[in-house]
Design a protein around this ligand. Structure first.
Ligand code: HEC
Ligand code: HEC
Length: 207
């Protein structure tokens, strides 16, 4: 039973890849020789700056669902409010009767669909990212008043090593049996981008 769940998406992915492959070979043959590969790679170079890559991850729902602006976590690809009326509580671990850790364990439970990682709890309200632009988020992670007094080095360490961060690339399967979406940048590229951005002096663009 469990296998078919993976086999079907894997098969349909293979078909999609094959079809795209065919389509792109066909269109390449029809296009003039001087296709705009150069322009394309230039554009990609801009969109792929370390800051762009890093912020494509930080603004993804796997992070933002747990860095919400209100007092309730969000869930799923549509970031709906957490079921069961779960609240932040005084210590960000929920109200006494409904603690995060009573459902969330140290690892994903792919049978019940409850995601898990060590220290599972809500990011403090001052670290809310929901509704913020990537520039605002970047400023806030560099601000010791907001980021828990972290130096740039400590922020890089959190961004590249913390288990709640890395969970986003092993997000498990949701309660309906669907694998959760991963951030749009592979984890090793993301880690490289964060380090390159910091090494360049953590520049924040205008927008
Ligand atoms: C399960 C909830 C959860 C998830 C998912 C989560 N975080 Fe957090 N995050 C927290 C908590 C709790 C803190 C506060 C911990 C602390 O300050 O030590 C935090 C703090 C942070 C901080 C440090 C504070 C700051 O403003 O600089 C950064 C950076 C951060 N998270 C990045 C991320 C990124 C990137 C992702 C997604 C790839 C992510 N988090 C996903 C719960 C989460
Ligand atoms: C009664 C059990 C229960 C409690 C208590 C609970 N959760 Fe959850 N949580 C779940 C379940 C079940 C899911 C998965 C729902 C799904 O994906 O269909 C979930 C999903 C989440 C997600 C969504 C991850 C994503 O990106 O889709 C976050 C974030 C989250 N919980 C945070 C918390 C936090 C923080 C607390 C404590 C303040 C908490 N939860 C308390 C059961 C619980």
């Amino acid at each position: 039973m469990k296998k078919t769940r993976f086999l079907i998406p894997a098969l349909s992915l293979a078909i999609v890849v094959a079809v795209i492959g065919l389509a792109s070979t066909a269109s390449n043959e029809n296009e003039p020789a001087e296709t705009t590969t150069e322009n394309v790679s230039q554009n990609e170079a801009i969109a792929d700056s370390p800051f762009d890559k890093m912020m494509a991850v930080l603004t993804h729902k796997r992070c933002v669902n747990c860095h919400p602006s209100g007092d309730r976590p969000r869930q799923g690809e549509d970031s709906h409010l957490h079921n069961f009326g779960v609240q932040r509580g005084a210590d960000n671990h929920g109200l006494p009767a409904l603690r995060c850790e009573s459902c969330h364990q140290h690892e994903n439970n792919n049978y019940s669909g409850v995601p898990g990682a060590p220290e599972w709890s809500l990011a403090p309200s001052k670290m809310a990212w929901e509704g913020k632009s990537r520039v605002e988020i970047a400023r806030s992670i560099l601000d010791p008043e907001i980021n828990g007094g972290r130096s740039l080095e400590e922020t890089v360490k959190h961004l590249t090593e913390h288990e709640l961060v890395l969970w986003a690339w092993e997000p498990g399967i949701d309660a309906s049996g669907t694998p959760r979406e991963k951030p749009p940048v592979p984890v090793d590229e993301y880690i490289e981008a964060v380090k390159a951005w910091a090494a360049a002096g953590a520049p924040i663009p205008e927008q």
